[in-house]
Design a protein around this ligand. Sequence first.
Ligand SMILES: [Zn+2]
Length: 314
Amino acid sequence: MDQQNSSDDESRQLEEVASTSAFQDISYLFKRDAPFETRKEALKWVQETGRARKFVLVIKKSDAGGNGRRGRVTIACERSGTYRGIFQRVGIAKAELIEKMPRKLTNAEEEDNTRPNTGTKKCQCPFLIQLKEHPDSYWYVSVVCGMHNHNSANFLEGHSYAGRLTQDEAAILDQMSKANVRPRQILNTLRQRDKNNASTLRTIYNARQRNRIKEVGGRTQMQQLLHLLEDNMYLSWHRKDPESNVVTDLFWSHPDSINLLRSFPYVLLMDCTYKTNRYRLPLLEIVGVTSTTLHSRLGFVFYLQRLCPTTHGH
Ligand SMILES: [Zn+2]
């Protein structure tokens, strides 16, 4: 009786493992009678189907076809192939390296082994799908192997490949960044658009940084500032040190401020105490007062020379 119970338990456990582990055949997900019109559509469908199950599928081999040949794409799990460890990559025999290694490094290596497996991803996963272009020029999906030999990722967030932005998403990000939308809100928008989106705040920050570099296009910060002032029709004027060519003072004013000054030229407040503790550089603010006692900032002078005698004692 007891034995019966324990074997029941065992089989139940096995069943549980089979149903929860990723080692099950998921080829049924990729069974599809209707072909795709284009390679892009077929690829997108396969990758999205994988993604819904938290598997990242990548192109392993691609033949665009032409010259009488039919197009063909081989899609594999990102964990297919073998992990090439540091020893293989460097091309040194492991024994040789360990021999040369000081004791301290070996300790570190041992410590490394106790950590969860975070470095290597490739584990010869056999999962394989083929997209084939048939003579009717439609693309057909066929599963070569529908099994993974590892569990699916619990979270695709933070996954470098899965978190990548699509072209559309990148365009949205660019637009929103230019409209000064905060990164957190941009991420929320992207997630609302696509609930499978696995981007993180880091993805957003990195993309914004890349855009910024592209925009600056090799100009230095000062060049970019002068460029923007000119582009946006600001009235600006600067002085520079003739020897080092370093900008020493910079004045700028918005075109609207100039118009305002023309209308109300009577009272001007000039003050040089703008957050001097924080920035340690004097910024001269010129504030105009209109007839309705409204204050408006008319212009700024930025002194890069620290508190020179002429600017002190405003
Ligand atoms: Zn796999």
